[in-house]
Structure formats: C-alpha cells, structure tokens
Write a protein that binds this ligand. Structure first.
Ligand code: ADP
Length: 398
C-alpha cells in the first residue's frame, strides 16, 4: 500500500511517497517560495529529478504540481492517484486534545483550528495542506500526526508552569513540547539497538537541528521535554534564545520600547547561536569560524553545548536510571565535535564516548566505549516514515 506524507510550512512543502510493503521511498520532493516570486518544486522519482519553476500562488497550487509530479511520465512513481491509499499530514500543535495520531474528519479539522492560537505560524499552513488534499484527492483518507502528541504522557509536575493556576485552566498555558514524532522514532530505535523491550528502557533523546529539544523517555513514554508552550523554550537554538530570565522581556520592552512583535522577532529570529556568534545560525559556519579563532563563535558553541549537557544531567534525575543517550537531527547526526563536547563531564553518570566510533556521520551507530554504563547512539531521525507508519496503522489500508 502506498502512503503520501505531506509537511506544509508557511512558504514551503515537503512530501514523500512510501510503498509500505518494505517501507521504500518511491518519490519525494520540496516546494519552496510558495506565494512568493520564484516558487519552485524539486521532485524526485524513478531515480530521476525534475525541477518545476512555475508560479505557485498557494499550497493548493503547489500540491497540484506535486500530484502531477507523482504521476509524471518521466519521474512519476505511480500511474494514478488512486494508487495512494492514504495521506499523512504533519500537524505541529494538537494541544491537550490529541495524544495520538487521528484520522481527519470535520471534528478534527475544528480541533486543529482551535490550536491555531497556540501555534499561529504552524497550524494554519498545516490546515491549508489538509484542505487542499481533501479537494484534490476526494475520498482519500487523511491522517493528522501531531508534533505534540508524544509528549502528552508527561506527568503534571513536568508540564505545569509555576504561574497562577487559572492561566492553565482558562488559557491552557502549559508545556506541550515539540519534535514528538522524532523523539518517538529514535527512542523506539534505541530500544531495538539495546536489544531490550521498549517498556523496560529509559532513554534521553537529543534532537539537535536548527530547532533543538531533549526528551526523557521511560518505557516508550515521554516523561519530560525541553520545549514548552511554544518551540521557543529550552535549549539554545539556531536563532531562538531558549531559556532566559523572563524578566529580560519586560526589561527590554521598557528600556528600548520594543513592541510585542519586535520582542518576538528578537527571541525567535535574532538570538540563539546566531545572536551570540554574530556569524550564522548554521552550526557548520560557526564551527568553521570557531576553528579560525573567532571567540564569539566559540562562545556560542560553548553555551549551546553547556545547555544540552545540563539538560541531559537534569533528565537523568527524572529517569533515575539512563540506559542510553541518542543524538539525532542535522547537528546530532553530523557533528562529532558537538557530540563529544556535550558528553564531556557526563562521565560521572556513566557516559563515555569512544572517539573512533564517534567519527561518523548520518549513520545509525553506537558511539559509546565498550562497557560504558550508559550507551550513546547516533540515530538518524525519520519523521516522514513515522508519519507513514501511523497513517497506515490508523487507516488500516494495508
Ligand atoms: P531543522 O529541521 O530544524 O531545520 P535540521 O535537523 O535539518 O534542522 O538541522 C539543520 C542544522 O544541522 C543546520 O543548521 C546545521 O547547523 C546542522 N548541521 C548539518 N550538518 C552538519 C555538519 N556536518 N556539522 C555541523 N552541523 C551540521
């Protein structure tokens, strides 16, 4: 059975078509600059690539080209859209309502709409993508897979902020956590690599990309995570500040007269390793500059590593016993330097990295020393496959 996975961002759209017999990727692609001059679709299929440089004024038009590419004579992986059994959609925020993936009906559409105020930048394009597929592929089952769902198992002391309790009751101000699909995928894989039953495993998963978050996973369930009500909380990220003294916000607004939008922009777009280094939000550029002796680039890396390291240690106290630490996403999968730095000073809890094994990129591999109490793994994440698996399981179209 074939499953199409769609991930709609504000001006971009990623897709993959899976054959679930064997979990093979048949086709994939990326649309950029939707609704902006210069929109284009890069589509791959049949071992070939095709570039569509056409005006795509909205997501529906973009999806129309995607469906065309999927059935294209040259690069098409299928001959008819009827061969697609179901469509899985990444949805960023499912609030408290969704603790698992669900088949989309009118009620679920309303539920996703209600979560817009919690994710104003992310849920609207997700909804637009779902609506477009409903129109372009009538009758095909659609499934929503939420970034927040995996974290809904957290105990209350992990998700309630120490604010007046009625703010939680009235406005649902609480920690939700994100990257859940990724944390679930790699924690499941870690249990397999440990050769243990998922129910018996305690693991700390480090999703380190442009956005970064950690999760503590006990017996296959998330018990703590570093992102909060929004993806701004927690670690230092590419352009996001992560945890800061909340009073800094009011201080800056008073001192500099910043508006809400300006404050938002500073914390989400101008901070993180970009803000500290003044170099870039891309860790590759910063690592390069740091090697050349740029002190602020080095400082940005030092701060980033310190926050990840401290959060790992904190999550060890939540779990009580740690069987494995997992590194995933762009930086986690590719930067041996970062993995090594992060694990420094974690020897006290049994984390020991083997420099030779750690000399690896983008592969599923153990990087801890033989006999280390806590195993360390690099596990490439695969959110699209996770979405496809959930979609298959829910629609039972296999
Ligand atoms: P997101 O999905 O959040 O945009 P990714 O998981 O794709 O992010 O990660 C992107 C980040 O990974 C880039 O900003 C880059 O800094 C980092 N990255 C990718 N490859 C490497 C590498 N070889 N060395 C260091 N960092 C890398």
């Amino acid at each position: 059975m074939k499953i199409l996975v769609i991930n709609c961002g504000s001006s971009s759209l990623k897709y993959q078509l899976f054959d679930m017999d064997g979990e093979q990727v048949l086709a994939k692609g990326l649309v950029e600059r939707i609704g902006i001059d210069g929109s284009r679709l890069k589509a791959k299929g049949n071992g070939k690539e095709k570039l569509y440089e056409v005006e795509m004024k909205d997501h529906k038009e973009a999806l129309r080209y995607v469906l065309e590419a999927l059935t294209d004579e040259e690069i098409g992986a299928i001959t008819s859209l009827h061969q697609i059994g179901a469509v899985g959609h990444r949805v960023v925020h499912g609030g408290e309502k969704y603790s698992a993936s669900v088949e989309i009906d009118d009620d679920v559409m309303k539920g996703i709409e209600e979560c817009i105020e919690l994710a104003p930048l992310h849920n609207p394009p997700n909804l637009v993508g779902i609506k477009a597929i409903q129109e372009l592929m009538p009758g095909a089952p659609n499934v929503a897979v939420f970034d927040t769902a995996f974290h809904q198992t957290m105990p209350k002391e992990q998700y309630i902020y120490a604010l007046p309790y009625e703010l939680y009751e009235d406005l649902k101000v609480r920690r939700y956590g994100f990257h859940g699909t990724s944390h679930k995928f790699v924690s499941d894989r870690a249990a397999m690599m440990l050769g243990m039953e998922k129910e018996d495993v305690n693991v700390i998963t480090c999703h380190l990309g442009n956005g970064a978050s950690l999760a503590a996973v006990k017996g296959g369930k998330c018990v703590a995570t570093s992102m909060g009500m929004t993806p701004l909380e927690g670690l230092v990220m590419g352009t996001r500040c992560g945890n800061i003294d909340p009073q800094i916000v009011t201080f800056l607004m008073a001192k500099r007269g910043y508006s809400i939008e300006e404050m938002d922009n500073i914390m989400n777009k101008k901070s993180g390793v970009l803000g500290v280094s003044g170099v870039s939000s891309d860790f590759r550029d910063i690592e390069e500059e740091a090697k050349k002796g740029n002190e602020r680039a080095q400082l940005a890396l030092d701060i980033f590593h310190d926050r990840v390291r401290k959060t790992i240690a904190a999550y060890a106290t939540v779990l009580g016993r740690v069987d494995a630490i997992v590194f995933t996403a762009g930086l986690g999968e590719n930067s041996k330097e970062s993995r090594m730095e992060i694990c420094k000073n974690l020897e006290f809890m049994g984390v020991e990295i083997d420099a030779a094994k750690n000399d690896t990129r983008g592969k599923e591999v153990e990087i801890s020393k033989d006999g280390a109490k806590v195993k360390a793994f690099v596990i490439p994440t695969n959110e699209e496959l996770m979405i496809a698996r959930d979609t298959l399981a829910i629609t039972d179209c296999g």
